[in-house]
Design a protein around this ligand. Structure first.
Ligand SMILES: Nc1nc2c(ncn2[C@@H]2O[C@H](COP(=O)(O)OP(=O)(O)OP(=O)(O)O)[C@@H](O)[C@H]2O)c(=O)[nH]1
Ligand SMILES: [Mg+2]
Length: 282
C-alpha cells in the first residue's frame, strides 16, 4: 500500500505557519506519543527557524510509560527545546504553562524589568489528529476549538486566549509532499493522521495486524479472544469468524471487521506499545 496525502489546503497551511512565525515566541510541537518520530514533519524545520520549541508528547495515556520515558529523553536532547508528556483531554494541565514560562523566562524577565505589558504568543503545530485543538482547549479551559478523532477537523487558524499574558494559535494539521519512508506513512495512517478516504482500508488493517503480530500479539488475543496466527490474512479471517459478522447469505463481513480493527487501534483499544522505534531515527 503506497500512501500519499498532501492536499492543497496543507500547502496553504504551511504558508500560513511561515507568515505567522515572526510574531510567535514559542512553538508547541504536538506529537502523538504512539508515533513520536513519524509525527515529525520535515517541512516544519525551516518554518520554525530557531524559535524555541516545546515538544508535546500528547496522548501519553495511550502508551507504555517506560517506553515513553525513553522517547522523552530523546526529545530532551534536542537543542533549544523542552519536552512535556501529557493527556490533553484531562483539563487544567499546568505542565505546558510551566514549560512556556521556563523556556521564555529571560524574555519574560526582560519585559518585567521594563515594566512593559507583553502578550506572548505560542503556535500549536503538528500532523492531523495528534490533539492540537484538544490541547488549545485544555490550555484555555474552554471548548473553543472543534475536535474530533479523524484527520482534518481544524480547517483554519484560530487564536485562543489562555491568560492575560499568553495566547495560542491553533492550526490545521499538516503533512508533507511525499513520504520517503512508507513505514512512517503506515504509522501515521494507524493513528488516524491520514484521511481514511485516501487509504485502502483492507491493506491498512492487514499492515496493522502484521505490526501487532510482530510487536504486541497479546493485544490482539486480549481484544478479540483469538489465537494469533503467523499470517495476517488468516488472522483477519479468524477474527471475522470469532466476531460472527455476516453479510446477507451468510458470507463473512470482512469490511466490518476491517473497520472495527482500524477504529479500535485509533481509540487505543489495541495495546499501548509505541509504533516507532528509537533505532529508526535518522
Ligand atoms: N486518549 C487521548 N485522546 C486525545 C488526547 N488529545 C486528543 N485526543 C483525541 O484525539 C482526537 C483528535 O483531537 P484533535 O484535538 O481534534 O486533533 P487535532 O490535532 O486538532 O486534529 P486536526 O484538526 O484534524 O489536525 C480527538 O478525538 C481527541 O479527543 C490525549 O491526550 N489522549
Ligand atoms: Mg484541530
Amino acid at each position: 500500500m503506497k500512501i500519499n496525502w498532501f492536499p492543497g489546503h496543507m500547502r496553504k497551511t504551511l504558508k500560513t505557519l511561515s507568515d505567522e512565525i515572526k510574531n510567535i515566541d514559542v512553538v508547541l510541537y504536538v506529537l502523538d506519543s504512539r508515533a513520536p518520530y513519524s509525527c515529525l514533519n520535515p517541512s516544519f524545520i525551516k518554518i520554525i527557524n530557531n524559535k524555541p520549541i516545546i515538544y508535546v508528547l500528547n496522548k501519553a495515556d495511550l502508551v507504555d510509560n517506560d517506553e515513553l520515558k525513553k522517547w522523552k529523553k530523546y526529545f530532551d536532547s534536542l537543542p533549544n527545546s523542552s519536552t512535556v508528556s501529557l493527556n490533553s483531554t484531562i483539563s487544567k494541565n499546568k505542565q505546558i504553562i510551566n514549560a512556556i514560562k521556563n523556556i521564555l523566562q529571560s524574555k519574560i524577565d526582560y519585559y518585567l524589568s521594563k515594566g512593559a505589558k507583553k502578550t506572548f504568543r505560542a503556535m500549536i503545530i503538528g500532523v492531523p489528529n495528534c490533539g492540537k485543538s484538544t490541547l488549545a482547549n485544555n490550555l484555555c479551559g474552554k471548548a473553543k476549538a472543534v475536535t474530533g478523532n479523524k484527520a482534518g477537523v481544524t480547517k483554519t487558524k484560530q487564536w485562543v486566549k489562555v491568560d492575560t499574558w499568553i495566547e495560542v494559535l491553533d492550526t490545521p494539521g499538516t503533512l508533507w509532499p511525499s513520504f520517503d519512508d512508507q513505514k512512517v506513512a503506515h504509522h501515521l495512517a494507524f493513528i488516524g493522521s491520514i484521511k481514511e478516504e485516501v487509504l485502502n482500508k483492507d491493506d491498512l488493517a492487514i499492515e496493522l495486524l502484521k505490526w501487532l503480530q510482530e510487536n504486541n500479539p497479546l493485544a490482539i488475543s486480549n481484544r478479540y479472544g483469538v489465537q494469533v496466527d503467523d499470517d495476517p490474512i488468516v488472522l483477519l479471517e479468524t477474527i471475522t469468524q470469532k466476531m460472527g459478522f455476516k453479510l446477507k447469505g451468510n458470507e463473512p463481513d470482512y469490511d466490518r471487521v476491517i473497520s472495527m480493527i482500524i477504529t479500535d487501534y485509533k481509540n487505543g483499544k489495541l495495546g499501548n506499545k509505541i509504533l516507532d522505534k528509537l533505532e529508526d531515527i535518522r
